[in-house]
Ligand binder design. Structure first.
Ligand code: UT7
Length: 328
């Protein structure tokens, strides 16, 4: 066990101004507000306008997190960004964020773990702090999924939105504070359930574009079942490993995947819905950005306070799944 804790010193989030409502989508594909609200809980999502991109959203969230932590960009030892819709194929989005913050030698890199991306990023930042190497690490989840969404496919286009969230992690002398537990998992056998194909196997060209494979493809039903099962297992694992009872948990901040998935898992676990922070109605599924946006909103709404125990759970493409427990 490390002699250090990795505490959350500040949080921030940013979403684009532009709203894409269910009624807007019903003019683009054969769908309607009632179906979308009933099946997903989503009422609207935010999408970027010209001039906005993953790095601009990430930088705006990062500035707010730095301000909340009361530190300057120059105090950062590392920047890690979880994203699957980065600024470019390369360089990393984290490099663009570092440059926008005025930094010119702070290490910066991205992590790709889809909807579990923020918890993979968090655990990476925590590990650098607990090892004793770094004091202040900025961890970000940022996505511009609207750029990867097929707005002719009603099975997927209703789900996704854009946004970014960031946390400043700081070294503490108390190892029992901050992120006290995390587990990360992956099973690449399930990659076809949820993917976006452009890359070395499917280079961008006519064959790819003819199948509209420049966009995300999902098998919604299969992902649904996977998500409900993992949600429950991840919560049970977090409670067992941290020797917590359900009543010890102040708030669960889940990946915002689908209101029905969250309701169903909370019900099966015997937990009241007031224990889950949900904002999917406003933003849809923002993949790696969903947990840090929700976490920041909960902090700013006074729903996360010193001494609280927070459990985060995520699941997504890869397949990947992950949890984290924080003692504030
Ligand atoms: O974070 C990881 C990424 N997230 C996900 O992959 C989301 C997980 N999955 C889900 O949230 C749900 O599976 C969906 C919301 C995607 C779909 O809900 P569902 O209850 O699983 O619906 P379904 O796919 O079984 O489709 C039921 C019916 C079908 O019609 P038929 O075959 O019964 O006539 C669909 O064609 O609903 C139809 N449908 C729609 N109808 C109106 C599918 N999409 C729509 C739509 N509007 N947007």
């Amino acid at each position: 066990m490390s002699q250090y804790g990795a505490i959350i010193a500040g949080t921030g989030s940013f979403v684009p101004e532009k709203r894409l409502t269910n009624d807007d989508l019903s003019k683009m594909v054969d769908t309607n507000d009632e179906w979308i609200v009933q099946r997903t809980g989503i009422r609207e999502r935010r999408v970027v306008s010209e001039g906005e991109s993953t790095a601009t959203l990430a930088t705006a969230a990062a500035r707010k997190a730095l301000e909340a932590a009361g530190i300057e960009p120059k105090d950062l030892d590392l920047i890690v960004c979880g994203t699957i819709s980065g600024e470019m194929v390369f360089p990393s989005t984290a490099c663009f964020v570092a440059a926008a913050l005025g930094l010119n030698s702070t290490p910066a890199f991205d992590i790709s773990a889809a909807c579990s991306g923020f918890l993979y990023t968090l655990q990476t930042g925590v590990s650098f702090i607990k090892s004793g190497l770094y004091r202040n690490v900025l961890v970000i989840g940022a996505e511009t999924l609207s750029r990867l969404t097929d707005y002719t496919d009603r099975g997927s286009c209703i789900l996704f939105g854009d946004g970014a969230g960031a946390l400043v992690l700081q070294r503490s002398p108390d190892p029992k504070l901050g992120v006290i537990y995390s587990s990360l998992h992956a099973d690449g056998h399930g990659w076809e359930m949820l993917c976006c194909k452009p890359g070395s196997r499917h280079p961008i060209g006519e064959a790819l574009l003819a199948e509209r494979n420049q966009y995300m493809k999902i098998r919604g039903r299969e992902v649904y079942k996977f998500a409900v099962q993992r949600f429950e297992e991840l919560i049970e694992d977090a409670l067992r490993k941290c020797e917590l009872k359900p009543e010890d948990v102040s708030l669960i901040v889940p990946h915002q995947v689908n209101q029905r998935i969250i309701d169903s898992a909370m019900h099966k676990l015997g937990l009241g819905m007031e224990k889950a922070y949900v904002n999917i109605d406003k933003y849809g599924n923002t993949s790696a950005a969903s947990i840090p946006i929700a976490f920041d909103e909960a902090v700013r709404a006074g729903k996360i306070n010193p001494g609280d125990v927070i459990v985060m759970v995520a699941f997504g493409a890869g397949l990947t799944w992950a949890n984290a427990v924080v003692r504030m």
